[in-house]
Design a protein around this ligand. Structure first.
Ligand code: BGP
Length: 477
């Protein structure tokens, strides 16, 4: 018989500041790199902005009330650095701090545990202008200073902190694929340097938090795609091993052990792209790793690794950002691996594989490799939703989430310690590259790409009422 979910399990849902808040220049907020990037034609779907997004900045009370009615146990959200420090450093903006005070207090009023992401990709543009943002080591101090401001202000009320969201995604999309700011392509050397800076920012943030609040719970959120070898050909099994070292363990080993995987490091050396480190860095990374409380996992899909010829496909091949099924191209690292589609699995309209068992594999791998508890900080289905007679019927989303929750339950039976499950997302919101038409929420928001479209009214979908029952029955629904 299954053990089931622990009594204090945190059933949650997630969002990120840029994707929901809007109010992009409200109350002293500074400009972020995303405010700027989305305005470059051709970079994101119809160059849709988060200027207004779903106006959570002004409607948070209404959103939190719906969460309370649903019985949500935790809400994961991120803080916009540019609301707190409009210029990234220097003078703090009291109005920005006040907004998150209000949001946190509103959540606590209903007994909803706030889970706060310090950084979900929206970096102050001022830091890009001052020293090229993540490319400079200077960002580490500014990041820690910003994070400490949050801990000082909210640490008495916020127990769960996520230092950084999907470092693997914002760095690879920003410096290899050209699809996130600063929009660079194939710049391996800078990519690894940027990652080292982000690792130091993460580690020093963990140390700062634990010094101020030893009982706080902290981790980073990683976009984890477990990988299958294409077939039993030895070279494809090796492609999987390379993929795991360079795409998964490269980050997770830092968070959990404070060191880079040795074979990946050797590959970087062979390419002349190892990051520059300072004396004492390794020590700091190790100290922080010893204090981390969980691994945050954003799980959406698994992938396949197949050997990729030295003249094979690269990282800049086109993704499917339109929702026209079957338009995504294969990407890879020449000489190591490429990631073809998996014929055994169904896909979403954006060509993401649907593989519930993958969530169990994430938990299993983290448990046996790191012996750390897991927080599922994102999991969900992006789909085209339709309003019919004032309702949104999304059985496909219910089926997707239900299957993943089933597998999560098995992971717990396998001995994994899973603390929380946050769906992506709570309300519909802006998908960075895919506009508003790719919807993830339990709560439908009436808007389209055009800034002036829609009423922004909220409509709970069928999945909203279903998840309410999941929470009530502690995952037995
Ligand atoms: C993760 C991000 C989220 C969210 C989600 C869905 O990578 O952390 O912010 O956007 O993916 O992705 P997408 O919007 O591309 O469908």
């Amino acid at each position: 018989k299954s053990k089931g979910f622990p009594k204090d399990f945190l059933w949650g849902s997630a969002s990120a500041a840029y994707q929901v808040e809007g109010g992009w220049d409200a109350d002293g907020k500074g400009v972020s790199n995303w405010d700027k990037f989305v305005r470059i034609p051709g970079k994101t779907f119809k160059a849709t902005t988060g200027d207004k997004a779903v106006d959570h900045y002004h409607r948070y009370k209404e959103d939190v009330k719906l969460m309370a009615e649903m019985g949500l146990k935790t809400y994961r959200f991120s803080i916009a650095w540019t609301r707190i420090y409009p210029n990234g450093n220097g003078e703090v903006n009291e109005a920005g701090l006040q907004f998150y005070d209000n949001l946190i207090n509103e959540l606590l009023k209903y007994g909803i545990e706030p889970m706060v992401t310090v950084y979900h990709w929206d970096m102050p543009q001022a830091l890009e202008d001052q020293y090229h943002g993540w490319e400079s080591r200077q960002i580490v101090d500014d990041y820690v200073n910003y994070a400490k401001t949050l801990f000082e202000r909210y640490g008495d009320r916020v127990k769960y902190w996520i230092t950084m969201n999907e470092q693997n995604i914002f760095t690879s999309f920003g410096w290899l694929k050209g699809m996130h700011p600063p929009g660079k392509e194939n710049d391996m050397k800078t990519f690894y340097q940027v990652n080292h800076h982000a690792n130091m920012a993460h580690a020093k943030t963990v140390l700062a938090l634990k010094e101020m609040y030893p009982d706080a719970k902290v981790g980073a959120s990683f976009a984890y795609s477990p990988c299958y070898a294409y077939d039993r050909k030895p070279e494809n099994a090796m492609a999987k091993a390379d993929y795991d070292d360079l795409q998964n363990y490269w980050w997770m080993d830092i968070y959990a052990y404070g060191r880079y995987p040795r074979s990946a490091w050797a590959y970087l050396e062979s390419q002349g792209v190892t990051p520059q480190m300072e004396d004492g860095d390794e020590d700091i990374l190790k100290k922080a790793a010893a204090l981390v409380d969980f691994m945050g996992v954003n799980y959406y899909q698994t992938c396949v690794a197949e050997y990729n010829d030295i003249n094979g496909v690269g990282m800049t091949n086109t993704m499917n950002n339109t929702g026209e099924k079957g338009t995504a191209q294969v990407q890879g690292v020449p000489g190591l691996y490429k990631n073809p589609a998996n014929d055994f699995l169904p896909t979403t309209d954006w060509d993401w594989t649907i593989d519930p068992m993958g969530i169990r594999m994430c938990c299993r791998d983290i448990t046996s490799r790191y012996d750390l508890p897991v927080v599922i900080s994102e999991n969900g289905l992006g789909a085209f939703d339709k309003v019919e007679d004032g309702q949104v019927h999304d059985p496909y989303r219910i089926a997707y989430l239900k299957a993943h929750i089933e597998e999560l339950k098995k992971a717990i039976d396998d001995g994994c310690r899973v603390l929380a499950y946050c769906t992506w997302s709570y309300t519909d919101l802006l998908s960075w590259l895919n506009g508003y038409q790719k919807r993830y929420g339990f709560v439908y928001v009436d808007r389209e790409e055009d800034e002036n479209s829609g009423t922004l009214n909220r409509i709970p979908k069928d999945s909203y009422y279903w998840y309410k029952k999941v929470i009530e029955t502690n995952g037995e629904e």
